[in-house]
Design a protein around this ligand. Structure first.
Ligand SMILES: [Zn+2]
Length: 85
């Protein structure tokens, strides 16, 4: 039995809300997602997908910005070490 979750599309100028069944892979087949596992939803209105984490039957959107920020921190560290020599 596949479980659907009440979600709202995070993409700008869409704002679709409703219940969707998550996929285990981006663009993959609908699947049962275990708790604390990442999953993907695809919006039926704008056809874009987004990544979420499902914890205790609650859906939280994973911010795509987070990875970029980590990369910036890594770059800053490299520059600091280079400046010492
Ligand atoms: Zn949408």
């Amino acid at each position: 039995m596949l479980t659907s979750y009440p979600v709202a599309c995070p993409h700008e100028s869409c704002g679709w809300t409703g219940s969707l069944v998550p996929s285990s892979l981006q663009g993959g087949a609908r699947a049962v997602i275990a708790s604390r596992q990442r999953a993907w939803f695809q919006c039926p209105q704008c056809q874009k997908d987004w990544e979420v984490r499902i914890t205790n039957d609650k859906v939280s959107i994973l911010p795509a910005v987070e990875n970029e920020r980590l990369n910036d921190q890594a770059k800053g560290r490299w520059q600091d070490e280079g400046g010492q020599g």
